[in-house]
Design a protein around this ligand. Structure first.
Ligand SMILES: Cc1cc2nc3c(=O)[nH]c(=O)nc-3n(C[C@H](O)[C@H](O)[C@H](O)COP(=O)(O)OP(=O)(O)OC[C@H]3O[C@@H](n4cnc5c(N)ncnc54)[C@H](O)[C@@H]3O)c2cc1C
Length: 497
């Protein structure tokens, strides 16, 4: 029986991002993927500001940004387009990039970091005990058993892991269905890109992606969509005939909204669609999957290295379950607003008006893109950054983003004389790097403890950073103090000035 620290089930955006995070931290991890080859069709086609901010904290955003155009607005389904430029983000736009390409880039990065993806390997059963999890796998050369200290189900909305672990998936079933077709039109000029009537048309290589409501979903919505059925739905939505010459990929998806009751169940964890499914409004599924994995990776790495403080993995559940609730709320609200119901017209009008005001547009945009995500930051000083993604503040030496990307660990940002705080943090030097910010760059804070995923775990109000609370915060997020490095920790890269 082969053994690893973390077994990841599923090589979609969640599984591959987690593989990259664990690879960066040097944690032995393995990905198993049911499908023998990457998918021939492409579901998502965008990354939002939140994903790009997270990828930036691993030095990866540029690879993705090189792949497609950016657009400074996003749809707030049923009402208006939202201006993204007022958001607190390093990337105030949506990047057009096929999900297939996102997965290729993540798989390349995982391979660079030495994490293997075994394709054609389907999880069929699992058993957890006090020390680990046994996974039964159907593999190309026959069944095998893999053992891991922990197993993460990144295996999509119909998650086998979730079912086998017996984790309830409460929520609402699909009631309305959307049709998606990658098609070639007989006359490409017969339908412009963008929204026409109830049809959304997006350019795809060599074809056009059409999205419209399914007026006649079958009893079993998993029944395949036929070219004739898609043509009927298209003509009905347009009120005229637009001839489809070739249907390359047709599918149907519903507006079910469900959130797993537990994201951590003993040694089994869930991330991505396995943890939450939601109406398609706003096109955020890939982004939520990356978000879950970035939250989980560094915590699993600390557990694997034996440094994790009590309850650290539980914060994955607390933080990402709350994020899942917010995701369901935002997507369900948009799904309701998109209904053909005249009673909703005043609500749509009100929201459309709010979306033209800079402040409310910014808040709406931060809600639907998850840029406004804020995690609990106990013991903090009431600073505006508490629990939020820390901006790319200027440091005396190496920048914050490259520092996070290089170490994959925490960073202690210090204003003023860094030596006393750096000395207090020395026993955590193998997990947290102190760095000196340019004077005033911390917006009035004396110290900001940055988690590996870029969020502020703890802040200290100026002018000085108190050693006792700093040690408490370090122990709460990064575990018990270790041995001090010879001479104590030095502020990184010239930070001592
Ligand atoms: C038609 C459509 C359009 C969409 N458009 C967008 C969009 O524009 N933007 C956006 O952000 N999101 C979009 N989404 C949502 C997005 O595709 C998902 O939210 C995203 O793929 C979730 O990532 P994941 O890694 O959690 O799961 P998945 O991408 O579903 O990956 C799960 C993986 O697990 C594997 N697997 C399953 N069972 C097993 C098993 N037993 N053993 C081993 N492997 C297994 C699967 O083969 C799969 O590769 C769309 C979805 C659909 C259906």
């Amino acid at each position: 029986m082969s053994e690893t620290d973390v077994l990841i089930v599923g090589a979609g955006p969640a599984g591959l991002t987690l593989a990259c995070e664990l690879g960066l931290a040097g944690v032995p991890a393995l990905v198993i993927e049911r499908d023998p080859a990457p998918p021939g069709h492409c579901r998502g086609f965008n990354l939002n500001a939140r994903s790009l901010d997270l990828l930036d904290r691993r030095g990866l955003a540029a690879r993705f940004l090189a792949e497609g155009p950016t657009v400074p607005t996003t749809a707030f389904t049923g009402t208006a387009r939202l201006d993204l430029t007022a958001m607190r983000t390093g990337h105030p736009y949506v990047l057009g990039i096929p999900q297939t390409r996102v997965e290729e880039l993540l798989a390349e990065r995982a391979a660079e970091l030495g994490v293997r993806v075994l394709r054609g390997h389907r999880l069929t059963a699992l058993r957890q005990d006090d020390d680990g999890v046994d996974a039964e796998v159907d593999a190309p050369d026959g069944p095998l058993t893999l053992r891991a200290r922990r197993l993460v189900g990144c295996d999509g909305g119909r998650s086998t892991v979730r079912r086998l672990a017996g984790i309830p998936f409460p929520g609402t079933p699909a009631r309305r269905f959307t049709l998606l077709g990658d098609v070639v039109l007989a006359d490409p000029d017969s339908l412009p890109f963008g929204v026409t009537g109830a049809v959304f048309a997006v350019p795809r290589p060599g074809c056009v992606r059409l999205i419209t409501t399914d007026p006649e979903p079958p009893q079993d919505h998993r029944e395949p969509v036929t070219p004739a059925g898609f043509q009927r739905a298209l003509d009905r939505a347009l009120g005229r005939h637009v001839q489809i010459a070739e249907a390359r990929w047709l599918t149907r998806f519903g507006d079910a909204a469900r959130l797993a009751e537990r994201l951590v169940h003993g040694r089994v964890l869930l991330a991505g669609d396995a943890a939450h499914i939601h109406p398609p409004a706003g096109a955020v599924g890939v982004n939520a999957a990356i978000d879950d994995a970035m939250n989980l990776g560094w915590k699993l790495a600390l557990v694997s290295r034996g440094h994790a403080p009590a309850g650290l993995l539980e914060t994955y559940h607390t933080e990402r379950h709350a994020a899942g609730e917010a995701l369901l709320r935002a997507t369900r609200a948009q799904a309701v607003l998109a209904r053909e119901d005249e009673d909703l017209a005043p609500v749509r009008e009100l929201l459309a008006a709010l979306a033209t005001e800079e402040e409310t547009a910014g808040l709406l945009a931060e809600t639907v893109t998850a840029v406004g995500t804020r995690y609990p930051a106990p013991g903090s000083s009431g600073h505006p950054w508490d629990g939020r993604m820390v901006p790319d503040v200027p440091l005396e030496g190496e920048g914050l983003l490259p520092l996070l990307a290089r170490t994959g660990g925490g960073v202690l940002l210090l204003d003023g004389d860094p030596q006393p705080s750096a000395a207090a943090a020395a026993p955590w030097a193998d997990r947290v790097v102190p760095a000196r910010a340019r004077p005033g760059a911390l917006a009035g804070a004396a110290a900001v403890l940055v988690r590996p995923d870029g969020h502020a775990a703890w802040t200290a109000a100026g002018p000085a950073c108190p050693a006792g609370p700093l040690r408490e915060a370090l122990a709460r997020w990064f575990g018990p103090p270790g041995r001090e490095t010879a001479g104590g920790a030095r502020p990184d890269a010239g930070a001592a000035g």
